[in-house]
Design a protein around this ligand. Structure first.
Ligand SMILES: Cc1cc2nc3c(=O)[nH]c(=O)nc-3n(C[C@H](O)[C@H](O)[C@H](O)COP(=O)(O)OP(=O)(O)OC[C@H]3O[C@@H](n4cnc5c(N)ncnc54)[C@H](O)[C@@H]3O)c2cc1C
Length: 401
């Protein structure tokens, strides 16, 4: 009897899992069929949107402090031993590092998408789109999948349905419900890598980008800092540094949260004060728009500095190096790139991702309680776990022959 393997969710993890397993099966002539069931009208919609359409595939620095979750220690070797660049090169996709970040050579997410779809096609992995899996019931050794289209019966099932961030791309948390119904524990989720909403945002700042160092304060205490770039929006703050800091927001959301902007982080406060003093001596006044972005300078001058004496250098140093915006919340799960929380990793084998509660049931990618920083960490884990699941199912199929 042909063994049936159903992958629920044709996103980053499911596509890699299908491609690798399809290849193993085809090359070893096993009697098995892989089918991907995808709720959206096409496969890999989120993958196409990653990295602003450029798809940040991975990162050179894979240390575990870039990940968050309740039980990450057992995943370190899987994450660090998976080489995304070599993996995709074998499938014909070239990639390159920009700093620590790995991108496709073409700098187009569509190249990654097409590479995976081409591989699925080559190894006869089929897919059924607009197929929403609503429940799973295990009867004897088989899994029965009830969908909006029909009932499927399979021997192996992979849940690669993502978390509940950015549901416009299909991942709406339904994977959590399916796993919960099968007895798995799900940690509650909160949005991460998400824009922050500020109190009384001045809309004139919209579009201003600042390079510098940005600190997250909870009840006046510094919690974390990021060096990089932020972007002012109509409602508050965005940009990579803000997305990174958002990871810490929920932990402290019962306290007063502020973002402090250091727009001149190349100078220590004392050096900056000396430089400002020298400038004052030269022409008797200080023009902030000669130092920082004009609109930000106007905002600081109009709103604040005129209240003080221009000669109050300590105040000016503080405004330039630690101007605070109060944060009222995040833009929510819809706008988030990932969620923190998800299925309890300790209930899955850390090498095969097979459920310890239900044989031949696997889960990988963002459905698990593993959330990475910005910088390719989430795709890296989705690819690594999808690859590991494919290898595990292949080994299991071989043992059954
Ligand atoms: C805008 C944006 C940009 C991002 N950029 C990057 C980046 O550059 N680098 C990076 O590392 N990470 C990035 N991420 C995060 C990364 O895309 C995700 O962490 C990763 O895609 C998770 O892979 P996954 O396969 O687990 O889930 P997903 O890619 O979300 O795939 C899950 C799939 O399951 C399907 N599905 C869900 N429920 C059902 C159901 N009931 N029945 C059938 N199918 C179902 C969904 O439609 C979806 O196609 C970005 C995220 C967003 C939103």
């Amino acid at each position: 009897m042909t063994k049936q393997i159903m992958i629920i969710g044709g996103g980053s993890c499911g596509l890699v899992c299908g491609a690798v397993l399809g290849r193993f099966i085809a090359e070893s002539d096993l009697d098995a069929q892989v089918i991907i069931l995808e709720k959206k009208e096409k496969l890999g919609k989120k993958l196409l949107a990653t990295g602003n359409g450029r798809c940040n595939l991975s990162n050179r620095d894979l240390s575990m402090n870039h990940y968050e979750g309740h039980d990450l220690s057992t995943l370190e070797s899987l994450i660090q031993n998976f080489d995304v660049q070599t993996f995709f090169e074998e499938l014909g996709l070239w990639s390159k590092y920009q700093g620590d970040l790995l991108y496709p050579q073409s700098e187009q997410a569509v190249s990654v998408h097409e590479c995976l779809l081409r591989t699925l096609n080559k190894y006869h992995v089929s897919s059924i789109c607009e197929c929403d899996v609503e429940s799973i019931v295990k009867k004897k050794e088989k899994y029965h999948l009830y969908t909006n289209q029909k009932e499927f019966i399979c021997d192996y099932v992979v849940l690669s349905m993502g978390g509940d961030a950015a549901s416009q791309f299909g991942s709406d948390g339904s994977g959590f419900k399916l796993l919960k119904a099968l007895g798995h524990h799900i940690y509650p989720t909160v949005p991460s890598l998400v824009q922050l909403v500020c109190r009384n945002m001045d809309k004139r700042l919209k579009g201003v980008r600042i390079h510098g160092t940005f600190k997250l304060y909870a009840a006046q205490k510094e919690v974390h800092q990021e060096k990089g770039e932020i972007l002012f929006t109509e409602y508050g703050l965005s940009g990579i540094s803000i997305l990174q800091l958002s990871r810490y927001y929920q932990q402290y959301s019962d306290q007063k949260i502020e973002i402090g902007i250091d727009a001149v982080d190349q100078y220590e406060p004392s050096q900056l004060k000396e430089k400002l003093k020298w400038q004052l001596q030269q022409n008797g006044e200080l023009q902030l728009n000669g130092i920082i972005h004009q609109k930000y300078a106007n905002y600081l001058e109009n709103g604040r500095i005129k209240e003080y004496s221009y000669k109050d250098l300590n105040t000016i140093v503080q405004l330039l190096k630690d101007y605070r915006f109060e944060i009222m919340g995040t833009k929510g799960k819809e706008s988030a790139q990932v969620c923190i929380g998800g299925a309890d990793v300790s209930e899955f084998n850390n090498e095969t991702f097979e459920s310890k509660l239900s044989a031949h049931l696997y889960a990988g990618g963002e459905i698990l309680d593993v959330a990475g920083d910005c910088g390719g960490y989430n795709l890296h884990f989705a690819f690594a776990s999808g690859n590991a699941i494919a290898k595990a199912i292949y080994q299991s199929l071989l043992m059954e022959v």
